[in-house]
Design a protein around this ligand. Sequence first.
Ligand SMILES: Nc1ncnc2c1ncn2[C@@H]1O[C@H](COP(=O)(O)OP(=O)(O)OP(=O)(O)O)[C@@H](O)[C@H]1O
Length: 207
Amino acid sequence: MHQVVFDPNDDAAQILAHADCQKTALTAFFKTFRGSQSFDYLKTINNITYPTFKNACIALGLLENDNKWKLCLEEAAIMHSGTQLRLLFSIILIYSTPMQPQDLWLQFHNNLCDNYDKLQKISANHELQLNHEQKEAYDNILDSAFKQKGILFFINGPAGTGITFLYNTLATKIQSKYKIVICIALSSIAALYLVVVEQLIQHLKYL
Ligand SMILES: Nc1ncnc2c1ncn2[C@@H]1O[C@H](COP(=O)(O)OP(=O)(O)OP(=O)(O)O)[C@@H](O)[C@H]1O
């Protein structure tokens, strides 16, 4: 917010020329439009009427535009996964207050949601491969998870019969629906075979 103290008898030019009237985008904006008659006139730059005063300020070059954040995300999108990009995007939103965050989202949402596209493809592919028993367990567990029934399941079977395959199919399906899945295992080796968003294993203590 920019506060300006003025005498009600001063005209706009006197107020803007006042020594303690710090120069900001707001004062620069009004200096540009001295004598304007309407709000639309204030928002019209080079015959284009902008939807907001903020957009008009950007067009006049009085506010920084988001080009540096576009370049930053463009560069990061070449190398980084969706998870890392989402972290970067959150930092930009919280600490850098871009002028038009929605435009950044629209431009980069495919990159930001990258993992979810991949997860959807993986889960659809694995789902088709499930055998009858795996499918039965899969349907029951998903039903409980999505309807928040809170049922506990214990899956057991001889080694190599597709239990890990079932866990991963469940984990990718649930994550692809924007839900959080926390996979934990009793040993680091076992955890390596699970599709995990966060490896929690190192944070757990065994008594
Ligand atoms: N429905 C399926 N279609 C295709 N491949 C499958 C299917 N189920 C399991 N597999 C494959 O069979 C192999 C053994 O499966 P998985 O590792 O899931 O078994 P497991 O019961 O977890 O074994 P272990 O207890 O030894 O870890 C894996 O290569 C897995 O990809």
